[in-house]
Each structure stands twice: as structure tokens, then as C-alpha cells.
Write a new protein. Structure first.
Length: 80
């Protein structure tokens, strides 16, 4: 089981009632395959938008960091 993942990777799950920073969510994995995914649904559209926009920003930063690392590995030139 994966229990109570962080809010940052669970944008549609409600925050945990008594544990800050994590969500009311669990996933069941058997032999490296997901068999169940359950969560209390976040119904606040403002909070959903905020979380999804934060994920977009984080993703863009990760892509830029990966491109910079690839450019450094290739002698300063990025390949498309």
C-alpha cells in the first residue's frame, strides 16, 4: 500500500484531516502493478486550480533542469 501521499502529487484528493501536507488517499500495488487507487475527492475548485497550476510550474522547472543537464553533458549544446 502507498498511504497518504503528499498534496503536491495528489491535486484532486482532499488534504488529510489531521496530518498536514498529505492527502486522504491510498493505492494498492501488487507485483509492481496498481490494483486500487482511492481518495477523498477535493471539491474546492479554487484549491484544485491552485494545485494543478503548481504542478505545471514544477514540471516546467524539471524540464528546464533536464535540458540544462543534457546541454552540459553534450558540451554546451542542447539537442532537439
Amino acid at each position: 500500500f502507498v498511504l497518504e501521499p503528499p498534496v503536491s502529487i495528489s491535486p484532486l484528493a482532499k488534504p488529510h484531516r489531521s496530518k498536514p501536507g498529505v492527502t486522504e488517499r491510498f493505492e494498492l500495488f501488487i507485483a509492481a502493478r496498481e490494483h486500487a487507487n482511492s481518495f477523498s475527492e477535493l471539491t474546492d475548485p479554487v484549491e484544485q486550480r491552485k494545485r494543478l497550476e503548481a504542478q505545471v510550474v514544477d514540471h516546467k522547472k524539471a524540464v528546464e533542469a533536464a535540458a540544462a543537464a543534457a546541454a552540459e553533458e553534450n558540451g554546451g549544446t542542447a539537442e532537439s
